[in-house]
Structures are given as structure tokens and as C-alpha cells.
Design a protein around this ligand. Structure first.
Ligand code: EPU
Length: 336
């Protein structure tokens, strides 16, 4: 079914809860309905808004907003060790994680409690606690708007990287993701190497799927604000990837600076949260916007902030980090 809305308030459709209006918004349940949507509104000016968890609206939106609502999870094939699953773009990501943990299937448990829908997972290759969506995604189904045809893209053509994919570059604004196919494992494969995970899992009695999920949920809840209480979009910034010599120069001055090998050789990933924290901005507030008190990567709407206020505040955070460390951090969130 297709549902049409006009001039609607979208404050409950974005996790920052900024109050803006959309001129036209369409929800659709099945991929096959998309041609009808584009026939009605044209193919020129549209934008997909899924769970609204990684987006900052800075103005009222004239473009057509399109929300995928297919929330089916289907097993499509099985071997002795793996299960392949098709997931509608509208499935709440964490419902999928809960579904997999209940069925004793390994692969996405470390991605527990990441807000958002399954269709958005490949776009920024969501990741947490040493695992990324690309580790299990095998293909992505989409509607190619210019051509008016449906395409299935194998994972190796999705150009997945750290918070990156082809959907942020050459396919940006050209496709509507309608489903993903993921492969989960029947064989235990606990990944506990990141931060506090092992300690929290051991405190719960060992590396079962349920314990890992519970541990990750509890770590996330302790650091990340609940969007229902305090509007936010998770990590507002990406962790910057810098040249080795830049990292070495900073490490000489700040030996305790967190740093991780980047996928690209000769480069190092730094922690934006640490950089913001050490710039003295953690907990800093201005008007209706602030840096979260427990995780400096997260900007929060303290109540009634507009998108414009959030972006102005973000620029200030970027400038402060630049001044202190000479590094330019950039938003992970899509700014519209
Ligand atoms: N740090 C500080 N102060 C802070 C925040 C962090 O000093 O206020 C330090 C930490 O102590 C740690 C380092 O910075 O040494 C990294 O911090 P943390 O592990 O908390 O976060 P991260 O690695 O920068 C990424 C993801 C998160 C994800 C966590 C856990 C990005 C942009 N963010 O953060 O993803 O939950 O790892 O894997 O990659 C999201 O994308 O919305 C998100 C929350």
C-alpha cells in the first residue's frame, strides 16, 4: 500500500526532533509500488527518509520524501553452517538483530541497538564494536529511478568502507533501496575485542549470543542518549582518517591519544570523540544544542532546537577541534 501525506510535521520522523515540515511524503510497503510513486511525482526531486536517525533537516523540505516500510524478514536459503535472509528496507535494524539472536544466528549481535532501518544499513555501512554491516551483507536490492528498473547489487560492487558505500557516491540520489540480503552463521563466532565488551560479556557468564547482545545494549545505553528523551543522531561526526605522520606528530604530544589502523595503508584512524573531549567541548552547551555529557561524538537537541542551530553549533565544534589539533572532522550525519 502507498500512503500519501502533505504539509506534514516531520519532527517525529527525525531522531534529532527538529521541527520542520515536508510538503509531500510517501510511505510505501512493497518495492513494486515505487514506479507508481515516481509516475505521480516525477523523478526529479526526491529524497529517501527511512528511520530519520542519521539526518539533520535544516529547513522545510519541498522535495518529495519517500519512506520504505516493507518490514518482512524471510529466510531464503540455508546450509549446514549459514542462513541467508532477505530483509525489507523498513525492518527496524534492532528488531533484525533480536530476530537473529533468538534463532541462534551469529553475525550482527555486535550491532545491537543501532538505531535505524535495515535499508539504511548499507548506505553508511553501519558499524560498532569491531563489526560492520558489510561483514554480513551479501547483496542490496534497489529501484533505479532514472531507468525505472529493479537492480540487485552484489556486496563486492557496493564499495563498502568505513561509514562509506557506493550509495553515498555514484548511486546517491539515484536509487531507492528496497531490501538487503544478509548471511548469518550457525557457528559461534564471538567478537569481543573492542573496548569494554569482553568484560561486560564475562560478567554475564560468557560469550553466548544473548549475553553479547545484552552487554552491547548495556554499553550503548550507558554512553548514548535515548533519542526519545534527548534528540540526537548518534555519532554526529566521523572518526577522522589521517596520514601516519600527522598521527605521529600528535602522539608525540598526546601519548594517550586513541588511534587505530585504517583500512588504507599508511593511514591512521583517530577518535573524533576524544578530539572533541580534549578540546574541552564535552558537555558544552549553547542555546538549545549541546555536546553530550557522556559521549562527545554526539550532539544533542536540548529541546526545541532548529536544524540551523544544530549545524551552527556543529561548525563551532569543528573549528575548536581544528584550532587545537589542526584536524578537520566532518559530519557523519546527512545534512539536508
Ligand atoms: N573518547 C573520549 N571522550 C569521549 C568519547 C570518546 O575520550 O567523549 C575516547 C574513548 O575513550 C575511546 C575513543 O575515544 O578511547 C573512541 O570512543 P568510542 O569507542 O566511545 O567511540 P568511537 O569508536 O569513536 C564508534 C562509532 C559508534 C560506535 C562505537 C562503538 C563512529 C563515528 N562511531 O565510535 O557509532 O557505537 O564506535 O563501536 O565510527 C554511530 O555511528 O552513531 C555510533 C554511535
Amino acid at each position: 500500500m502507498i500512503r500519501y501525506y502533505e504539509n506534514i510535521d516531520i519532527s517525529e520522523r527525525n531522531s534529532f526532533h527538529v521541527q520542520q515540515t515536508a510538503k509531500r511524503l510517501v510511505e510505501f510497503d512493497r518495492a513494486e509500488e515505487l514506479p507508481e510513486v515516481f509516475a505521480k511525482y516525477g523523478t526529479e526531486d526526491w529524497y529517501v527518509i527511512s528511520g530519520g536517525n542519521n539526518i539533520l533537516f535544516t529547513k522545510d523540505i519541498d522535495s518529495l520524501l519517500i519512506t520504505p516500510c516493507d518490514n518482512r524478514i524471510e529466510i531464503i536459503s540455508e546450509s549446514d553452517t549459514t542462513v541467508r535472509i532477505k530483509v525489507g528496507a523498513g525492518v527496524e535494524w534492532d528488531d533484525l538483530v533480536a530476530w537473529s539472536v533468538e534463532r541462534n544466528l551469529w553475525g550482527i549481535e555486535n550491532l545491537s541497538l543501532i538505531p535505524g532501518k535495515a535499508g539504511a544499513a548499507p548506505v553508511q555501512n553501519i558499524g560498532a564494536y569491531g563489526v560492520e554491516a558489510k561483514d554480513t551483507i551479501r547483496s542490496v536490492e534497489m529501484y533505479f529511478v532514472e531507468g525505472g528498473n529493479f537492480v540487485t547489487l552484489a556486496a563486492e560492487h557496493c564499495a563498502f568502507g568505513y561509514r562509506e558505500s557506493v550509495f553515498k557516491h555514484s548511486l546517491k540520489g539515484r536509487v531507492v533501496i528496497t531490501a538487503i540480503e544478509i548471511e548469518l552463521s550457525k557457528v559461534a563466532n564471538p567478537r569481543l575485542g573492542y573496548g569494554d565488551v569482553i568484560r561486560e560479556v564475562e560478567a554475564r557468564g560468557g560469550a553466548t549470543l544473548a549475553n553479547i547482545r545484552d552487554a552491547i545494549c548495556s554499553i550503548r545505553r550507558s554512553k548514548l542518549p535515548d533519542t526519545a528523551v534527548l534528540g540526537n543522531a548518534g555519532s554526529f561526526f566521523k572518526n577522522p582518517i589521517v596520514e601516519q605522520e600527522v598521527a605521529e606528530r600528535l602522539l608525540a604530544e598526546y601519548p594517550d591519544m586513541p588511534h587505530y589502523p585504517a583500512a588504507e595503508e599508511g593511514k591512521v584512524k583517530l577518535a573524533a570523540g576524544w578530539l572533541i573531549d580534549k578540546s574541552g567541548m564535552k558537555g558544552y552547551k549553547e542555546g538549545n544544542v549541546g555536546v553530550h555529557e557522556r559521549q562527545a561524538l554526539v550532539l544533542v537537541n536540548l529541546g526545541g532546537a532548529t536544524g540551523g542551530e544544530v549545524i551552527a553549533f556543529a561548525h563551532k565544534v569543528v573549528a575548536t577541534v581544528k584550532e587545537k589539533f589542526g584536524i578537520e572532522i566532518s559530519p557523519e550525519v546527512n545534512v539536508l
